[in-house]
Design a protein around this ligand. Structure first.
Ligand SMILES: C[S@@+](CC[C@H](N)C(=O)[O-])C[C@H]1O[C@@H](n2cnc3c(N)ncnc32)[C@H](O)[C@@H]1O
Length: 280
């Protein structure tokens, strides 16, 4: 997708506003989803005490807070996000937890306003595919890294079929002519492990690895699933369904989600991609 710079600015602002409206509940509705994925990204990043790490698109800290724990009080963990409410809430949580090594600021993940060659790792949990220009963002992260430093990010490799079907039936309740617009601007670039690796290589990284892991998320019932759907990117679809159609939309989603019977458990496969800034 080639966008003009004003289209890209508008898209980023709309994305940040949508996440801002969901920030209070994002990753805080009692569903194990972003948390385990973020912790796994940090585990694979193999951070050491005293290191300096940047987390772009930090949301409510699913990556930032475990990264801060890994680098410890002698390290530094900076989170940036374009949604001010996400920043405010995550900053407050880090303060309350006494994590003096954490700093959280409003900034664009495509151009982090940070010193170059100063960081051991740049992490990005489930955000790069939302950006209008992920390749340029990855190039910017490479400049932030010290030689030998690593970038690590996650993308969705596969959603549970019941999840994608539920979104599809919800989208049938959009006003005539409106499509289920993907929240992701550049999902295609991350379509396969090969395309993901190629993107990292094109951005100048070496020793590129792309691996996958599957996560299970359990919901009490369909209402709980719906509360969760409002708390993250699916909100972009739900907000466009006319209020009077929401009960029928939920009934349709419910039929899809409960068709298997038993506990409502969805599986999600996440891709973990890493690359190294080679020593010059
Ligand atoms: C799917 S959430 C992921 C949050 C967190 N990394 C996690 O793993 O839970 C995407 C986050 O990226 C932020 N975001 C979207 N576009 C951004 C941009 N251009 N710059 C900075 N943050 C952005 C959103 O506000 C949101 O908090």
């Amino acid at each position: 997708m080639n966008l003009t710079s004003s289209e890209a600015r508008r898209m980023k602002a709309a994305m940040a506003e949508m996440f801002d409206r969901g920030a209070a509940t994002y990753d805080r509705v009692g569903v194990e989803f972003f948390g385990p994925m973020g912790r796994e990204l940090v585990r694979r990043a193999d951070l050491r005490p005293g290191q300096r790490v940047v987390d772009v698109g930090c949301g409510r800290g699913a990556v930032l807070l475990p990264a801060a724990a890994a680098v410890g009080p002698t390290g530094r963990a900076i989170g940036i996000d374009l949604a001010p409410r996400m920043v405010e809430l995550t900053r407050a949580e880090a303060r309350a937890a006494g994590l003096t090594q954490v700093q959280v600021e409003v900034a664009d993940a495509e151009a982090p306003p940070l010193p170059e060659t100063a960081w051991d790792a740049v992490l990005a949990g489930l955000v790069l595919f939302l950006l209008p220009a992920p390749l340029e963002a990855l190039r910017a992260y490479r400049r932030l890294l010290r030689p030998g430093g690593r970038v690590g990010f996650t993308t969705f490799a596969a959603h549970d079929l019941r999840f994608t079907d539920a979104l599809r039936v919800l989208a049938q309740h959009l006003p005539d002519g409106e499509r289920q617009s993907p929240t992701a601007a550049q999902e295609g670039l991350f379509a396969t492990p090969e395309s993901t690796a190629a993107l990292l290589e094109t951005a100048g990284y070496r020793r590129v690895t792309v691996e996958e892991a599957t996560f299970r998320s359990q919901f009490r019932d369909v209402e709980h699933w719906m509360t969760w759907a409002w708390s993250h990117g699916a909100r972009a679809l739900l907000e466009r369904i006319p209020t009077e159609r929401l009960p029928a939309a939920l009934a349709d989603a419910s039929r899809v989600l409960t068709r298997v019977g038993g506990d409502l458990v969805l599986t999600t496969t996440v891709r973990f991609a890493f690359g190294v800034r080679a020593a010059q």
